[in-house]
Ligand binder design. Structure first.
Ligand SMILES: Nc1ncnc2c1ncn2[C@@H]1O[C@H](COP(=O)(O)OP(=O)(O)OP(=O)(O)O)[C@@H](O)[C@H]1O
Ligand SMILES: [Mg+2]
Length: 174
């Protein structure tokens, strides 16, 4: 697919900094940030509330239908803690954020996560679940793992992305 601007997926375990990174990146590149969690709530793209996991049960088909035209146009940063249900053709780059376990533990505890909600997320990070999912779903040269332990990590990466975006689209503006 030929797009005027690249599409980037920012994924990773909850709390690794996807929204922080996506917002900073959107500001640096002028690409559009789409937070899938917010979109699902805003447009009711779900099948109700999951009491056990305390989140909406996302309707993946509705989400993909909602995004299709935007993704075809390009220039979208998608922010979501999953990646296997999006069409592979949508993304020029899939970034998996990774955070050191004790740092992630503190971030999630601060948010009020406890018990199995906390341990499930920490295990997800320990087992690199999102990185495996990304590698299974996208070409190996599209997927990149990035450390997100400090704000400095994010700032450095945004600069890299600006250049990466240029390379991907040969955008003369950058
Ligand atoms: N690289 C980082 N360095 C330091 N703090 C960070 C970093 N990234 C995120 N944070 C902090 O960690 C918390 C979680 O960040 P954020 O909400 O961006 O994560 P997320 O991956 O989008 O989470 P979720 O999947 O639940 O939406 C926030 O308080 C944010 O300020
Ligand atoms: Mg988020």
């Amino acid at each position: 697919m030929v797009r005027g601007k690249p599409n980037i997926l920012i994924t990773g375990t909850p709390g690794t900094g996807k929204t922080t990174m996506s917002s900073a990146l959107a500001e640096a590149t002028q690409l559009r940030h789409v937070n899938i969690g917010d979109l699902v709530k805003e447009k009711n793209l779900h099948d109700g509330w999951d009491e056990e996991f305390e989140c909406h049960v996302i309707n993946e088909d509705l989400v993909c239908d909602e995004l299709e035209d935007m993704m075809e146009e390009g220039g979208v940063i998608v922010d979501y803690h999953g990646c296997e249900f999006f069409p592979e053709r949508w993304f020029d780059r899939v970034v998996v954020l990774q955070t050191e376990n004790s740092i992630l533990y503190d971030r999630l505890s601060k948010r009020g996560y406890t018990g199995s909600k906390l341990t499930n997320n920490i295990e997800c990070e320990i087992f690199q679940t999102l990185l495996e999912e990304a590698k299974d779903s996208y070409r190996v040269d599209v997927v990149v793992a990035m450390k997100s332990d400090s704000i400095d990590d994010i700032e450095k990466k945004c600069c890299g992305f600006d250049r990466l975006g240029c390379k991907l689209v040969h955008n003369p503006v950058c």
